[in-house]
Design a protein around this ligand. Structure first.
Ligand SMILES: C[S@@+](CC[C@H](N)C(=O)[O-])C[C@H]1O[C@@H](n2cnc3c(N)ncnc32)[C@H](O)[C@@H]1O
Length: 194
């Protein structure tokens, strides 16, 4: 297994858990650039990513993040977490084997009450019943006012999970991805805003 590159590890993860992984091809650089564009990196100390897979977004996030920042990634697949721990050595990086539903406890365990931004590549529409709403609610609670939930998915289903909590959701679309995907930015507004 340790001989496999990122593509091999991603395909192996997909073959083992196709419903949980939801895609056989990692996100394109176009999706990454567009998704991360609205982030205010100077104001970002804690960035959380759900479902990093083989880390397609991790290096681009670390490249943009301040020197005292923290990137916490959470994935249910131990194969991916093991791969990320072996291949990314950056003292701002922490890979956690667990569920996005437990984000609040995971952020607290890293010494923080809130995250500035949360990014999700989760296949919301195929997650087991009840998990999508629970993740959206926990995510809203963990994000600080002024922060955002960044979501990309092949269907627009993710927005249905975000709508009960985020009253401002910006929308985008990226064709240059296999498959083309929807992008959403759910903003947690400051008190008195909106
Ligand atoms: C489509 S892949 C995302 C791949 C990668 N982020 C990319 O852009 O190429 C979805 C990932 O979500 C993970 N996943 C599924 N359910 C999860 C959950 N409840 N919490 C955290 N990760 C989960 C899967 O193991 C998989 O790594």
């Amino acid at each position: 297994m340790s001989m496999l590159g990122p593509w091999g590890v991603f395909v192996e993860g997909f073959i083992e858990h196709p419903v949980m992984v939801g895609s056989i091809i990692p996100s394109s650089r176009y999706t990454i650039t567009k998704m991360l564009a609205p982030v205010d990196w100077d104001a970002c100390k804690v960035f959380v990513e759900y479902g990093p897979g083989v880390g397609t977004f991790c290096r681009p996030v670390l490249d943009r993040m301040r020197r005292d920042g923290l990137l916490i990634v959470i994935d249910t697949n131990p194969l991916f977490i093991d791969y990320l721990k072996r291949t990314i050595s950056d003292n701002r990086f922490s890979a956690v084997h667990g569920s996005a539903a437990d984000v609040e406890a995971i952020v607290r365990a890293h010494g923080h009450d809130h995250a500035d931004y949360v990014l999700s590549g989760l296949p919301f529409s195929t997650l087991p019943d009840g998990i999508g709403p629970a993740i959206a609610e926990a995510t809203f609670r963990v994000i600080r006012p002024g922060g955002a939930f960044l979501v990309y998915q092949f269907t627009a289903a993710a927005r249905d999970f975000m709508t009960p909590f985020f009253n401002r959701i910006d929308k985008g679309f990226e064709w240059r991805n296999v498959l083309p995907c929807f992008l959403f930015w759910g903003w947690k507004q400051e008190p008195g805003e909106g």
